[in-house]
Design a protein around this ligand. Sequence first.
Ligand code: UT7
Length: 332
Amino acid sequence: MTKPIRAKISALGTYVPPRLLTNADLEKMVDTTNEWIMTRVGIRERHVVDKGVATSDLAVEAAKQALAQGGRAPTDIDAIIVGTVTPDMLFPSTACLVQHKLGAKGAWGFDLSAACSAFIYSLQVGAQFIAGGLHKRVLVIGADVMSSIIDYTDRATCVIFGDGAGAALLEPAEDDSVGLIDYIHEVDGSGGCYLYMPGGGSLHPSTRQTVDQKMHYVHQDGQQVFKFAVRKQTELCQKLLERNGLKGSDIDAFIPHQANLRIISATADRLGLRPESVIVNIERYGNTTAGTIPLAMGTALEEGKLKKGNLVMLASVGAGFTIGATLLRWAY
Ligand code: UT7
């Protein structure tokens, strides 16, 4: 059997819309305080779109940046995978809209629904196309406009989320010194009732009644999600480290989903990570769902914490529940 071709992230692009929604703004909208949000979640501000701006617009900006950085043209792309829970519309897929807006003639693509784990799930799906040798360039995008599905009168959810996108260009790695090494994914559908948007699908198509009942918004039992996130994220990362003969302290950059600073800290402590290896930017962006991990990769690059050959671990827990952990060596 021929050895699968290893995929590497050869370029990254990120984008957040310019408009800021700060804790001070939220204090005027709901019964909350900057102090509560900072201590319980760790967010100071998030970015939100203006009316008329959709997920595909954010995705295209991030993709353009990734292509420019990688020195590739849109027509070089074989496939586009967009991880999102806030597609512009139910169909056509956001990937089709991105393909058209980018001018990626000849590419194919699809959306992947895995909530906050969508970027790392998409990364592994894209890597399989590279591994099989059929594709040379896959654009993997995590993008969400969470502000389109948030109830800005519900203080339990509206302080948490923001809008943003990131795009990674996947290409074949020249050798095994860089690129994606291993991953573990798991879903647990029994947790679906703790974080979901009930309206607008085939079970509860949108009607005046579903809107009156606020079924088109995110519903979350925060404590259940919190406990599950800490436990399962740690468990999968631990397994991944063990089966690769590694310890937490071997990781150069831990890039987790940014849902709550306390979830990140608890996971990092349990895994025995070096504090300086933990990448955090939740304060500036909030939880952008599929956008958090590529945005945090961008932060790690900005802070000089990602160098060629560095050992990186990605981790996420999201609605579903979906859980994922990925090990890779940074490629540039
Ligand atoms: O990315 C998808 C995955 N999602 C997550 O990982 C989210 C996981 N969950 C969390 O991050 C946390 O559970 C939250 C940030 C959502 C909530 O924090 P918490 O520490 O679990 O708070 P809680 O729900 O236990 O609420 C504690 C108190 C309650 O008041 P009482 O009942 O003690 O009087 C809430 O009503 O805080 C109150 N509260 C708020 N107070 C001020 C809830 N939201 C707010 C708020 N401002 N925004």
